[in-house]
Design a protein around this ligand. Structure first.
Ligand code: PLP
Length: 379
């Protein structure tokens, strides 16, 4: 089987599993306990925090371990806006874009619905880019946060984070970047963002661990209340094994980033060219060059994307129609609709996402795609 859905999730790397094992066995301490078993766990957690912070270009105290990026995004958005609401007594304003992950869009929807927060959902161009000028125009006196994805999970378009960050810095508005899909492909330090979300399971750590790194000067209201862990920003006994796994995976991904990005870019390019050559009316979605090395999403006019996925799976290729949430539902992707793709064309999308260490022959893969689309079209 050829698994090409790494944007959804991927396997745990052997080095990561190895590093985690002691903390699933004999070193089981609770980092908050005041005895040697607990102190061992606290030291390990502090080391993992420092290592994550280094790769993200943040301070160790800025790193909050979470259950994943959904929680990190919820905490960044609700935490910052609710802190502003408590301090200033006003519901504030948040800026995001129309192509974000559901965890961002649903968080701003919640604030709008429950707290009356004003929300601006910026449009994107036909390639999925947010314009820095349009962002600048959207900022207001009461803007509490700008929250955008660094790289899109469905189409792979990479935002110009530095220019967007310059706009927010100029207006003194905190800038949160969802870096989940960018991790391991793009530099995470030096983006200019004030807060970053990452998820372990996209880079070879297990599902259920992630982090929000947010600069200490930004007031943050916790969402989980209890024992005051994570500097009172996220209560709950920490996932020590997961934190170790995240640190190791992030370091490995960062170390290998240059070579894997180059190799996988060439692979993606070769697959894309052959698919576009072989399949009539195939279109690559997303930006032609500002894109993730490992993500290629196509529309194939006139077919159901779900039907193509089934044909591909019969040929041993596992891929998806876009985001894991949208997969299996009949709703066209909100990302493709925001690019201006017609709803009936958006229904035809298929996304291939390669792992950081993918070694695949592009020719049989592209041929399997062409055969699958042809099989559906011939029905
Ligand atoms: N943000 C983006 C861009 C994603 O692709 C994902 C996962 O698909 C998430 C957030 C949510 O991450 P998690 O699965 O860790 O909750």
């Amino acid at each position: 089987m050829l698994y090409l859905d790494h944007a959804a999730t991927g396997p745990v790397r052997p080095e990561v599993r190895e590093a985690m094992l002691p903390f699933l066995g004999e070193r089981y301490g609770n980092p908050s306990s005041h005895h040697t078993v607990g102190e061992d766990a606290a030291a390990v957690l502090a080391d993992a925090r420092r290592r994550v912070a280094t790769v993200l270009g943040m301070r160790p105290g800025d790193v909050i371990f979470t259950s994943g990026a959904t929680e990190a995004n919820n905490l960044a958005i609700k935490g910052v806006v609710l802190a502003g609401l408590l301090r200033h007594g006003r519901p504030g304003h948040v800026v995001t874009s129309a192509v974000e992950h559901e965890s961002i869009l649903a968080s701003v929807d919640y604030l709008e619905r429950v707290h009356g927060t004003a929300v601006t959902r910026l449009p994107v161009d036909a390639d999925g880019l947010v314009s820095p000028e349009v962002l600048a125009d959207a900022l207001r006196d009461d803007t509490a946060l700008v929250s955008l994805g660094y790289a899109n999970n469905e189409i792979g378009t990479v935002q110009d984070a530095a220019r967007l960050a310059a706009v927010t810095a100029n207006a003194r508005v905190p800038f949160h970047l969802d870096a989940v899909q960018a991790a391991g492909w793009l530099p995470l330090a030096g983006t200019g963002a004030d807060a970053l979300s990452i998820a372990g399971h996209k880079i070879g750590a297990p599902q259920g661990i992630g982090a929000l790194a947010i600069r200490g000067r930004i007031p943050l209201e916790p969402l989980l209340h209890g024992g005051g862990q994570e500097r009172d920003r996220r209560s709950g006994t920490q996932n020590v094994a997961g934190a170790v796994g995240l640190a190791v995976a992030l370091e490995l991904a960062e170390r290998e980033r240059g070579t894997s990005s180059e190799r996988v870019s060439a692979l993606r390019q070769a697959v894309t060219e052959r698919v576009l050559a072989l399949v009539p009316e195939a279109r690559l979605t997303g930006h032609p060059s500002r894109r993730l090395p490992g993500t290629a999403s196509f529309t194939f006019a006139g077919v159901s994307g779900e039907a193509v996925l089934l044909e591909l799976e019969r040929r041993g290729v596992v891929s998806s129609s876009g985001s894991a949430c949208a997969a299996g539902s009949d709703e066209p992707s909100h990302v493709l609709l925001a690019l201006g793709v017609a709803p009936e064309v958006a229904q035809t999308s298929v996304r291939f996402s390669f792992g950081h260490r993918a070694e695949i022959d592009p020719v049989p893969l592209a041929d399997a795609v062409a055969a699958s689309v042809a099989a559906v079209r011939s029905r």
